[in-house]
Design a protein. Structure first.
Length: 982
């Protein structure tokens, strides 16, 4: 039955989707709001090269939730989808598809052909994305989506770059940065930060033989975790004020830091731990000494192979001697500049050794030809060959495996190299103060992101390498003459004016052949394209083709009110948006940002198709409903930047305890509601305490939800909704059932606790609550709204709940004293039921009394009545004292007979349900027994049996009904049944 209901729920969601689309409800929700009350939301563009996963669904629900809420608050929230189209993610796919293994392969294939293949593949899964986004109930315009490969988008990116250029914030530089040798391009520091992996590498202690100075002939011992960089060594750095010791073992002398030797001697395998100390020296004494290069292939390198002093030398690790290769590290590069030694680039951009080094090593018997120094498949192979070469030359002192965190390409997983190369940079360091200042004005959820991940990243901000030596991207709009003079363009018109060529496409293979002649010089475009993060960071401007179009619209909506993505974007999209907005407009790009954590598999591991450790998202949606998934995710820690172990059982629980329970309440309402109830207004003063309480709870919940939603605290807004559903079902509806069953016509009732007030109260509660859950559970909200308002039949107030305004909490209806008293009553009930269970008395058995001790010694009479009914006692005695509950479990014959009557009611109602009767069906109850107490029971409680079973009458003789059954209660045997009657 539960599975049947779930299936019906999923089918109902499909019907509601069709209803929304048939009536253009999404479009109307935007059109109905005034343009001057625009609310800007930026939708970060995903790549359509893979299917959406749970991380995408979390972000998508957040991106749906806030716009729905602010639309109901009267704002016009236009929502346009975007696609990230350029960059390594797409290029890597095409390389695999076409079996292109290197940059040379791509160039041989043809850049135009390669880019065409990228263009044709980039939206492979767009239709699948549309299905998923639609199915989870997200409203966004995907038909008019912006794409980063569109001409208009790319032209705006040119404008962004040109604007930075004009402000002096762009420069070309040559410095060490991380490159991917497989992709043959530099990466930005935040791209590098995205994919550190724990790996095992081989570190090496190498001995450099000194050729001059007081210790000529001794080996100066240096340590490195990257043996492949040793052929590029040009200097050795020591600490000028540090102590070094001369040690001797087996006739060979070594120089090593004194503190380092003491530390390393604790390692049982360190070969010099038992060497004899034969001398000492200060680091300054070693400065100026020369040494023999480890490899003879570049021994003529100018001004190289000397010992120098450096402040960054440490006693904490290594040997207090640092191997310097200026082409492969920032400190190394700066020291090389100071010492006027050029980088010895013994590695090519593709990660292989230069030909002269390969030739020498191969000749000497080492397997290095065609092998990259680091690869995904072989992270240590080249290091092993270098270590073999060191051993053959007598330069290997020790090798040791280490485990450390090492950066890998964020797209292809290849180990990165710290490598000196040329790139175009944005001067982020000049903007740091402004970036930090603007961050102070942003509302971060969770708040710790502001000063934590994002703030710390800003504090350590470095200049941003924005160029990529790739093909599928927005070309850098810089043309250079042979004498080095450069022109930076900002539009297609400017390109046409300077070159005489009009273009309808700005991709590399189109603009590269275009030259510019000016002042007697010919300018050709520089070869690189822009980082795809530069493109996505430009989306506030480029999606509108600003400043070429929509200037007024952009000005009115910038900065954005809201964005949302995963925590990895603190060093990605959030960062690039912030940098470019600060650089261009001296403003933050957004005012409010919600950062979600990572959705993990239930076992705490990363979700993996290979491990098959998570359920398919769409199967979960179809099984439990999109609303259950949405509510589960939005009430979880994942919307506060914490990780979530996804549990399908958790989704199922939300479906059962929220979605299905609320639907049951709606069904209950529909049993008793009439047109009179539907068209009636809530009385100004509700007389029944339960009505006043549920309205108080409703507006208390609404107030809390609104406050949380205004602060973008989605989990804080969702949790009170679940609590309210439980209170509505388990307390209000259950305690009010007898009032509903009274079935007294509305127009004839004005007494206390009337069915009219109960039905009208429930109608108002459901109508208001439908609006309250609309952002979180749009399908369920529509179901509740249509059931209560009858909009499917065309008689409701609006076409859809999503065209309604957000309700306002009525403070006058929030009775704090009543809420506290009712909470106290429910606590007393819980304790009383425990006492009943201890005494072995079920709730259907009436008891004579219970005694309740309260600090106040008082309880309102109407609450006492609730206690009597709920605990099933004849009297409640309230006295002053510490909170306590006692029951009198003594049974009199009268109490036993009353308990028996309730057992009969329960049995008849079970038979009604089994027979498929509704509340409209009336019956004649049959009870027959020879037991004298049964006759007494019926004499005393006949009316309650008739009322409790929705019967017209009760008989004790005559022919037995067809469904008559034997029944025993409280040791009384009887036959019970019923027959249907008009």
């Amino acid at each position: 039955m539960a599975d049947e209901k779930r299936a019906t729920g999923a089918s109902q969601e499909h019907d509601i989707l069709s209803y929304w689309e048939t009536h253009s409800v999404f479009e109307k929700s935007i059109e109905n709001r005034p343009a001057e009350k625009a609310y800007t939301f930026y939708d970060g563009p995903p790549f359509a090269t893979g299917l959406p996963h749970y991380g995408h669904i979390v972000a998508s629900v957040m991106k749906d939730l806030a716009p729905r809420y602010w639309t109901m608050k009267g704002r016009r929230v236009e929502r346009t989808w975007g696609w990230d189209c350029h960059g390594l993610p797409i290029e890597n796919i095409i390389e695999k598809k076409l079996d292109l293994k290197s940059r040379a392969d791509i160039e041989a294939f043809g850049i135009g052909n390669f880019n065409d293949a990228c263009h044709d593949t980039v939206l492979t899964y767009a239709d699948e994305w549309k299905k998923v986004i639609r199915r989870i109930g997200r409203w966004v315009d995907m038909e008019n989506s912006y794409k980063t490969m569109d001409l208009s988008y790319m032209e705006s990116i040119w404008w962004v770059f040109r604007s930075l250029w004009e402000r002096g914030l762009v420069y070309e530089g040559h410095k060490p940065m991380h490159i991917c040798p497989r992709c043959e391009t530099a990466l930005s520091n935040f791209e590098v930060s995205q994919n550190y992996q724990d790996v095992t590498d081989i570190s090496v202690f190498a001995g450099f033989t000194l050729t001059s100075g007081a210790h000529a002939g001794a080996k100066l011992v240096a340590w490195t975790t990257t043996p492949w960089t040793l052929p590029g060594n040009v200097l050795l750095a020591v600490g000028a004020d540090m102590e070094y010791v001369l040690i001797e073992k087996e006739g060979t002398k070594y120089l090593i830091g004194k503190a380092a030797l003491a530390r390393l001697s604790n390692e049982k395998d360190f070969p010099l731990r038992d060497a004899a100390v034969v001398g000492s020296a200060k680091g300054s004494d070693l400065v100026g000494a020369t040494y023999e290069p480890l490899f003879p292939y570049f021994k003529e390198w100018e001004n190289a192979f000397r010992v120098v002093a450096a402040e960054f030398v440490s006693t904490e690790d290594g040997t207090q001697v640092v191997h310097i290769a200026p082409g492969f590290g920032d400190d190394d590069m700066e020291l090389g500049k100071r010492e006027q030694v050029k980088p010895l680039m013994h590695v090519l951009m593709n990660g292989t050794f230069v030909p002269e080094l390969v030739e020498g090593l191969v000749t000497d018997g080492f397997a290095v030809k065609g092998r990259p120094v680091k690869s995904k498949e072989d992270g240590q192979g080249m290091d092993v060959e270098i270590i073999k070469a060191l051993a053959k030359r007598g330069s290997l002192v020790w090798k040791k495996k280490i485990q450390h965190s090492y950066p890998h390409c964020w797209r292809c997983d290849t180990p990165l190299l710290n490598y000196a190369t040329s790139s175009w940079f944005v001067r982020v360091t000049e903007l740091k103060a402004k970036l930090l200042e603007h961050n102070e004005g942003i509302n971060w959820v969770p708040e710790n992101m502001k000063e934590g991940r994002f703030g710390k990243w800003l504090e350590g901000a470095r200049d941003w390498a924005v160029s990529r030596s790739r093909f599928w991207g927005t070309p850098i709009p810089v043309w250079r003459a042979e004498d080095g003079d450069v022109l930076c363009l900002g539009s297609r018109d400017e390109l046409a004016e300077l070159s005489g060529v009009k273009v309808t496409d700005l991709h590399k293979h189109i603009v590269d052949p275009i030259t510019i002649t000016k002042g007697g010089k010919t300018y050709a475009r520089v070869p690189d394209v822009l980082d795809c993060w530069f493109e996505s960071g430009s989306m506030p401007y480029a999606q509108l083709h600003y400043p070429f179009e929509n200037a007024e619209k952009f000005d009115a909506g910038f900065p954005a009110e809201f964005i949302a993505e995963g925590q990895d974007q603190t060093r990605g999209w959030f960062y690039t948006l912030h940098v470019l907005a600060t650089a261009l407009f001296d403003k933050p790009a957004f005012r409010n940002v919600v950062v979600n954590g990572i959705v993990l598999a239930e076992d705490g591991k990363k979700m993996s198709k290979r491990l098959n450790n998570y359920p398919d998202p769409m199967e979960v949606v179809e099984k439990h409903g999109a609303d259950a998934v949405r509510l589960y995710l939005m009430s979880s820690p994942v919307v506060h930047g914490e990780n979530l172990r996804f549990s399908e059982a958790g989704v199922d629980e939300v479906n059962k305890k929220f979605v299905m329970i609320l639907k049951n309440v709606v069904s209950f309402y529909q049993l008793y509601a009439t047109p009179a109830h539907t068209n009636s207004q809530l009385p100004n003063t509700n007389s029944h305490v339960l009505d006043r309480w549920i309205l108080s709870r409703l507006h208390e919940t609404l107030k809390a939800e609104t406050k949380a939603m205004d602060a973008y605290d989605f989990a804080g807004a969702a949790r009170p909704l679940s609590e309210f559903v439980a209170d509505l079902s388990q307390w209000y509806v259950r305690r009010s059932r007898d009032r509903f069953k009274a079935s007294v016509p509305l127009d004839k009732v004005d007494d206390r606790g009337s069915v009219g007030e109960a039905v009208m109260t429930l109608r108002v509660v459901l109508d208001t609550f439908a609006k309250m859950i609309a952002p979180f559970a749009p399908f369920l909200a529509e179901h509740v709204y249509q059931a209560v308002e009858g909009s499917f039949a065309g008689v409701g107030k609006r076409l859809s709940v999503h065209l309604e305004d957000w309700p306002e909490a009525d403070e006058t209806l929030v009775d704090g004293d009543l809420l506290a008293d009712m909470a106290r009553v429910r606590s007393v009930v819980s304790k009383a039921l425990e006492r009943r269970a201890e005494a072995g008395k079920n709730v259907r058995q009436a008891l004579s009394s219970m005694t309740v001790s309260l600090p106040s010694g008082e309880l309102a009479p109407e609450l006492v009545e609730i206690l009597k009914d709920e605990v099933n006692v004849k009297a409640v005695i309230v006295k002053k004292g510490d909170a306590a509950v006692e029951i009198d479990a003594t049974l009199t014959p009268e109490l036993v007979r009353e308990g028996t009557s309730r057992e009969v009611i329960r049995k008849i109602n079970a038979m009604r349900k089994e027979a498929g009767l509704t509340i409209q069906d009336r019956i004649v109850v049959f009870v027959e027994s020879s037991h004298p107490d049964v006759k007494l029971m019926l004499d005393e409680h006949k009316d309650s049996v008739i009322t409790g079973t929705l019967a017209k009458s009760l008989r004790t003789d005559g022919a037995k009904p067809a469904n008559a059954a034997s029944f025993r209660a409280n040791e009384m045997d009887m036959t019970v049944g019923f027959e249907k009657t008009p």
